[in-house]
Design a protein around this ligand. Structure first.
Ligand code: MF3
Ligand code: CO
Ligand code: CO
Length: 255
């Protein structure tokens, strides 16, 4: 069941989304060669606290065989796709670093991600970031009432195909609201014109994940979380929480 939100609920989600966006902004400003990913995590936790919000990631355990998520944000470097666990690793010039922030504020979730450059990137890496962000924009642009959910998926897929990138298929966008993951799933590929019709009041996290190489990913066996490209190629991830408004998409994760 897709949960339709009232205007009030959407305004509460906008407040949570604002915090997620501010955290992302602060973390982005702190990214530099030599910084440890766990320092970014500490900064994120501090900014959340400042805004009376909590990490929705910390302690998250969708599968009892996997340990609860041990940090406040996800930080995924280079071939890490998503769910990178912050730690002692130091960022280096030329890295790409995906930061995914999910906060809970007054019972509602905001979920946003962005892949940042560390210093100057190789042209291929810079292009991957540009194209993945563009795919997010075209996916969001489909979020009008009366369109099909899979129109979002299809629009994103077309951007990857035009550029020869692998689309991560194991993980998807999703409905979001009082829970981090609600129905429906929003794959980053698929035929247009399928699935449920978008309606005013639906709130979804749109989040393309593209790889320079193939689509396949593997989950780290030791931490149970970090998702990497199987072929070791660079990966990028951008995400916004969006509501379907009568006059089109509304971004809920703006600072
Ligand atoms: N922010 C992620 C998403 O976009 C989920 C976070 S997984 C967690 O759906 F383990 F970090 F919580
Ligand atoms: Co996210
Ligand atoms: Co998400």
């Amino acid at each position: 069941m897709i949960i339709i939100k009232s205007r009030r609920e959407i305004e509460a989600m906008r407040e949570a989304g604002r915090v997620a966006a501010r955290v992302l902004q602060a973390v982005g400003q702190a990214i530099a060669p030599g910084v440890r990913t766990r320092e970014l995590d500490a900064l994120a936790a501090a900014v959340m606290a400042e805004h009376a919000a909590a990490s929705a990631d910390f302690g998250y355990q969708p599968d009892p065989r996997v340990p609860p998520y041990p940090a406040s944000i996800c930080v995924s470097v280079n071939e890490e796709v998503i769910h990178g666990v912050p730690g002692a690793r130091r960022l280096a010039e030329g890295d790409v670093v995906g930061v995914d922030v999910t906060v809970k504020r007054q019972g509602f979730i905001g979920d946003a991600a962005r892949t940042f450059p560390v210093g100057t990137l190789r042209p291929e890496a810079a292009k991957l970031l540009e194209v993945t962000e563009q795919a997010l924009a075209v996916g969001i642009a489909e979020c009008w009432p009366g369109r099909h959910l899979s129109d979002v998926s299809h629009a994103i897929e077309m951007v990857a195909r035009r550029n020869g990138y692998g689309i991560v298929r194991m993980y998807c966008g999703h409905g979001v609201g009082r829970s981090m993951h609600e129905e429906p799933e929003v794959p980053n590929y698929g035929a247009a014109g399928r699935g449920p019709l978008l309606q005013v009041g639906m709130t979804i996290a749109v989040e393309p994940m593209f790889n320079i190489g193939g689509s396949d990913v593997v989950v780290d066996r030791r931490d149970g979380w970090t998702v990497r490209t199987r072929d070791g190629s660079l990966s990028a991830h951008f995400e916004h929480t969006v509501s379907v408004g009568a006059d089109g998409p509304e971004l809920l994760t703006l600072p």
